[in-house]
Design a protein around this ligand. Structure first.
Ligand code: FES
Length: 106
């Protein structure tokens, strides 16, 4: 268990509870955090679950798969080095307090 802080494009923040093994997309949806559409339900085929992970947390995440990198290329908002598809990031204790920003558009 731990917490994830979601930041909206307008700067508003919401801290919610996360369970180990849940994807960050599932954490957002379980807590009705707006802005993560997740059209494909986590099948890595929509890129509507794009988030920007705060720089301080990026190093704690496993590397992006080639498929995730490909899908990020078609994200509605320009990806950066901190971009992840939130359905591909599994929450674990080391990520407690992780801050992710949701883009303006998905
Ligand atoms: S929910 Fe579709 S790629 Fe993440």
């Amino acid at each position: 268990m731990g917490r994830v802080v979601f930041v909206q494009a307008d700067g508003s923040k919401r801290e919610v509870e996360a369970v180990d093994g849940q994807s960050v997309m599932q954490v957002a949806r379980a807590n009705l955090v707006p802005g993560i559409v997740a059209e494909c339900g986590g099948e890595l085929s929509c890129a509507t679950c794009h988030v920007y992970v705060d720089e301080q947390w990026v190093g704690f995440l496993p590397a992006r798969s080639a498929d995730e990198v490909d899908m990020l290329e078609v994200a509605a908002e320009e990806p950066t080095e901190c971009s992840r598809l939130s359905c591909q990031v599994q929450f674990e204790a080391v990520l407690d307090g992780m801050v992710v920003t949701i883009p303006n558009t998905q």
